[in-house]
Design a protein around this ligand. Structure first.
Ligand SMILES: CC(C)(COP(=O)(O)OP(=O)(O)OC[C@H]1O[C@@H](n2cnc3c(N)ncnc32)[C@H](O)[C@@H]1OP(=O)(O)O)[C@@H](O)C(=O)NCCC(=O)NCCSC(=O)C[C@H](O)C(=O)O
Ligand SMILES: [Mg+2]
Length: 301
């Protein structure tokens, strides 16, 4: 029997823009950008001496007009660092859609923060995202994603961080990412096994539009839901690559109408103009059309 994708739980996460919480201009600008999600970063884009100011900036930002139509994620510093506890207190006060944990090594990193949120009686709507960007994180990614299945775990999404992973492993940045692909696919496999989303890593060279295009195409083909971004110029290409194309939508609609035909009633496999389609393709087609509808329903920023 084919597994159904729960359509209600599909999120648009094509373009996930990182905004340094220390940068007031970038924070303000996030209102007018057409990305699906914003990560407000308290970690690596904020120097140690400015962490306090960055938290204050986020307090001010969240007290202002709401960020319409975008998921709001706060990336905190590691809970084992001197900044983690104050960052988490801020998350509990601001209640974004999710908290993003950096450098997750093992399932306990996720369950520990789930427990802290439960102890604080944070609403279930506050989810957890986890960065996979350390060698141990990649080795344990199946178990980390599986931790999302434990009751109350809140885990929704894994985000790959190739800057840290390259730093820790010595893999060089190269077009095509051939030495990294096995690890990237481990992440995709892990999230799909447990019903989560995976977001591909940032592409640092934001002036290289051609290289970014190629990497988005690769990320989509690998099964990522979207890409973490560092610059507004990356939003449009990410939305284009990670959203369904007009051709894919037309194909999906054809699959749906083929199965809606009375002749297809009771059939699991049909011949659609010389191509076999199965009911599992119907499930995929419905998910794709649902995503296309979510995109059309989005108000432009
Ligand atoms: C990389 C940047 C420092 C470049 O900034 P800047 O020099 O200001 O670029 P531009 O002049 O081209 O900017 C044009 C306008 O766009 C606004 N802008 C730029 N970046 C952003 C942004 N991220 N969000 C919102 N708005 C942005 C500028 O303010 C300009 O606006 P205007 O004044 O109206 O013209 C900068 O892009 C930047 O800081 N990017 C984000 C860096 C970041 O978040 N880093 C952490 C995430 S990366 C990561 O997590 C790696 C991972 O952990 C791993 O291990 O791989
Ligand atoms: Mg990192």
């Amino acid at each position: 029997m084919s597994r159904t994708i729960p359509l209600r739980s599909l999120h648009l996460r094509r373009s996930v823009l990182s905004v340094p919480a220390i940068n007031l201009r970038a924070l303000e600008k996030s209102h007018s950008l057409d990305c699906d999600a914003v990560i407000f970063d308290l970690e690596d884009s904020v120097s140690p001496e400015k962490k306090g100011q960055a938290r204050e900036n986020l307090r001010g930002f969240f007290a202002g007009p709401p960020l319409e139509g975008k998921e709001r994620i706060i990336r905190i510093n590691s809970l084992s660092s001197e900044f983690g506890a104050a960052d988490l207190d801020l998350v509990k006060a601001l209640l974004p859609d999710a908290v993003l944990l950096p450098k997750v090594d093992e399932p306990g990193d996720v369950t520990d923060i789930s427990d802290l949120l439960a102890d604080a009686e944070a609403p279930e709507a506050l989810r957890i995202w986890a960065m996979i960007e350390t060698p141990r994180g990649v080795l344990n990614v199946g178990a980390i994603a599986g931790a999302g299945r434990t009751p109350g775990a809140r885990l929704d999404c894994l985000v790959v961080g190739l800057n840290d992973l390259r730093k820790e492993t010595g893999v060089l940045p190269q077009p095509g990412r051939s030495y990294l692909v096995p690890w990237l696919m481990q992440v995709v496999l892990a999230v799909r096994a447990y019903g989560l989303d995976a977001i591909d890593s940032v592409f640092n060279d934001f002036k290289d539009a051609e290289g970014f295009d190629a990497e988005c195409g690769q990320g989509r083909a690998m099964g990522f839901a979207g890409k973490m971004l560092i610059h507004p110029s990356q939003i449009e290409p990410a939305n284009r690559h990670f959203g369904p194309s007009a051709e894919e939508i037309a194909e999906a609609e054809a699959v749906i109408s083929a199965f809606a035909d009375p002749d297809a009633r009771g059939l699991n496999v049909i011949n659609a103009n010389g191509r076999m389609i199965e009911r599992l393709h119907l499930v995929q087609a419905e998910a794709l059309v649902h995503k296309a509808r979510l995109i059309s329903a989005r108000k432009p920023a």
